[in-house]
Each structure stands twice: as C-alpha cells, then as structure tokens.
Design a protein around this ligand. Sequence first.
Ligand SMILES: Cc1cc2nc3c(=O)[nH]c(=O)nc-3n(C[C@H](O)[C@H](O)[C@H](O)COP(=O)(O)O)c2cc1C
Length: 140
Amino acid sequence: MKSLIIFYSLTGNCRKIAKELNKKYPSDIIELKLKRGFKKPKMNFINMLIGGFQAITKKTPDIKNLDINLNNYDQIILGTPVWASTMSPAIRTFLKKHNIENKKIIIFSSYKNEIGKTFSDIKEILNKNNEILDTIEYKN
Ligand SMILES: Cc1cc2nc3c(=O)[nH]c(=O)nc-3n(C[C@H](O)[C@H](O)[C@H](O)COP(=O)(O)O)c2cc1C
C-alpha cells in the first residue's frame, strides 16, 4: 500500500509530527507552501490576524504547484495546524484543488488550545468515498 503524508506547517509543529508519523507509516512526504507566504514563521500578532481571518472566511490562498499524482496513493495522511478553530487555509486550498476519492485517510492536527471544528470541517470536504481511518490530535 502506498502512503502519502501531506501537510502544512507555519511554525514547525506539524512538520515535526509528519516526520514522526513517517516512522510509523512509511510514506512520501510533501509540505504545502503558500505562493505568498508569511514573512516570519511565527505565531505573531500580524500572522494571527491575517491567518485567522483567512481561516474564518474560508479563503483558499494559492499554494505552490505540487508535482504529485494522487492516483499513485492508497492512503493519504493529511496534517494541519488549527487556525481559528478550523483547518489552515493552505490545506483548504489543497482539498479544493484535488478531488480526493477512494482513499484511506488519516488526519492529524496540532493546536494550542482547542481542536475546534478542524476534523469535522475536513471530514465534510472528504465525504466522498473515502475511509477515515483515524484522527490524531497534538496539543502544543
Ligand atoms: C493564524 C493562527 C491561528 C491559530 N488559531 C488557533 C486556534 O483557533 N486554536 C488553537 O488551539 N490554536 C490556534 N493556533 C495555534 C496553532 O494551531 C498551534 O500553535 C499549532 O501547533 C501550529 O502548528 P505549526 O507549527 O505546524 O504551524 C493558531 C495559530 C496561528 C498562526
């Protein structure tokens, strides 16, 4: 079975988790990058304001092109930080751009205070013929 870990990380937590999960589920790994990224990879006021606004308003900012064919994978491990109680905008863009069907899915998410609607919002988008095997949460 071929597995892909695909994640977004601003401040590095999901990147570390992705590396850990790769030990348990040997996978190809892809980190999503925004075309117009944040100046500093920090949880500072300006990033909270802009990122939080984008997440709340379900914006789908452009992400850098990915050289992948999802048809090659049976399992997708999807990772995102919680932003404003939901998924990060980069992950929303990815889910909107790629029609994910007939996959086994594991979702992981890291957060500071509360997981919020992150898993349920992602599951709602992935509701077509996918099997959600697990959801894994990591509190900072
Ligand atoms: C724009 C922004 C919004 C955030 N909103 C939340 C939130 O609503 N709830 C929460 O528990 N943590 C929130 N956080 C904290 C992150 O979810 C947490 O630090 C996470 O581990 C970061 O993952 P990363 O290092 O992979 O980017 C927010 C962080 C940022 C930058």
